[in-house]
Design a protein around this ligand. Structure first.
Ligand code: NAG
Ligand code: NAG
Length: 400
């Protein structure tokens, strides 16, 4: 009998043990198969590239990420390359730009050494005070991590020697978000998509080229250096520069969007999302919620309130400072070109950007009357033009 009861106890133990093993194995397995790609190798960190162009609302979108408590954000690391080197072309800078991004995504700031002054400080980084993370611990004691930062105060109080604190801060966030306006294609980014230490998501922000032209004209001087690089230092008559640059920008939107949506290579699947600035200002909460979801960030009620405030401010305001975001009625501002830009210029930019406007869903105007008829909606609803492979193809099991 004692032998028998011992056996019974052993049996019960073994059954329980087996049950535990099954439960543990199942949870391990389900994590393995449902978790985001590369999560193990990138240590769960997500790397987000805000890919845009000048004057397309990317400062605003940048702030939407920068102010999130889980995000380490930096604006335009490639600005340093574009300004440091003498008379380069965009093509020549492409790979160096890519490699700077890779290092910064990995929180390795030694890469900046070549492009910064010798005794550099946090304030040597372009637009550093726009990054909430650089105004918060451990980079700076000023702003608690779950609060909104104030650029003016941060600029006065948060500079420090070297980039050690920047690097340290970067390591403490689940998301590293970089904004770049200096990519004109996606192919140079493929190695980053394949890099097992990165879990890269690309958010491609576009805007109506007519609105971009108006905004660029308002501060034309600020773009001289960049224009020359975009145009490969070609000699272009002054009156033509704007249009040729716009043409390059529009072509790059087509190139990037077609590559990612019409014939995407498998490595781009679920990693690219295009957003139109106009959709974002019409429904900021909905669009930003989608973007957060796409990169695995949570929307908080604090952020939701902040987003409402910055997109529904009073008055049109004048956009004097090149990189300022202010509380104005964003939806009104986004159509300012319709009253401010002469039709001759509208016509011209429509010509050079025809393909991009068709692809991205911006309707042309055929005369000045149409331009000024504000009730005529020039934005093609997204569902009518956007092609998505998501519903058709189910998730590729080999990728997860
Ligand atoms: C960095 O800060 C140090 C000390 O505060 C200063 O001497 C140095 O000039 C600064 N470097 C730059 C590039 O501003
Ligand atoms: C930021 O701080 C400055 C200086 O204290 C203040 O004047 C300004 O109103 C603040 N800005 C915001 C948006 O709170």
């Amino acid at each position: 009998m004692p032998r028998c009861s011992l056996n019974l106890a052993t049996m019960i133990f073994l059954v329980m043990l087996q049950g535990t093993v099954v439960v543990l194995f199942y949870s391990w397995y389900s994590q393995l198969s449902l978790g985001p790609c590369n999560s193990a190798s990138s240590n769960g960190k997500v790397h987000v590239l805000l890919l845009s162009s000048w004057r397309s609302g990317s400062s605003f979108l940048g702030q939407v990420f920068s102010q999130h408590p889980s995000v380490f954000y930096l604006m335009e690391p490639a600005w340093h390359l574009w300004t440091k080197l003498k008379k380069p072309s965009a093509r020549v800078l492409r790979m160096a730009t890519r490699d700077v991004l890779r290092s910064v995504f990995q929180c390795d700031f030694s890469v900046m050494d070549a492009y910064l002054p010798e005794q550099h400080n946090v304030s040597s980084l372009f637009m550093w005070s726009h990054s909430r993370a650089l105004c918060s611990p451990p980079a700076c004691p000023l702003t608690p991590r779950n609060q909104f930062s104030n650029q003016t105060l941060c600029f006065k109080k948060c500079d420090s020697r070297g980039l050690k604190q920047v690097q340290q801060a970067c390591g403490t966030y689940s998301h590293v978000v970089l904004k770049e306006v200096r990519f004109f294609e996606l192919e140079s980014l493929y190695p980053l998509l394949q890099d097992p230490s990165l879990d890269l998501r690309i958010i491609h922000l576009v805007r109506d080229p007519r609105a971009v032209l108006r905004s660029r004209e308002a501060s034309a001087k600020a773009f001289e250096n960049d224009n020359a690089i975009v145009l490969d230092q070609r000699n272009v008559p002054a009156a033509e520069v704007q249009y040729q640059v716009m043409q390059e920008i529009c072509r790059s939107h087509v190139r990037i969007n077609e590559r990612a949506q019409l014939k995407p290579p498998p490595l781009l699947k679920d990693r690219y999302k295009m957003v139109r600035y106009e959709d974002m200002v019409r429904d900021p909460h909905g669009e930003i919620n989608d973007l957060y979801k796409f990169v695995g960030l949570e929307m908080t009620s604090q952020l939701s309130e902040w987003i409402y405030k910055v997109t529904h401010g009073k008055g049109k305001g004048s956009k004097t400072e090149a990189f300022k975001i202010t509380s104005r009625d964003a939806a009104v501002v986004s159509e300012a070109w319709r009253s401010m830009l002469p039709y001759s210029k509208v016509k011209r930019v429509q010509e050079v950007c025809k393909g991009a406007m068709k692809l991205l869903g911006y309707r042309m105007v055929n005369n000045v009357k149409e331009q000024k008829r504000f009730e005529l909606d020039l934005l093609v609803p997204r569902k009518q033009y956007q092609f998505s492979w998501l519903p058709a193809n189910t998730k590729d099991p080999s990728k997860s």
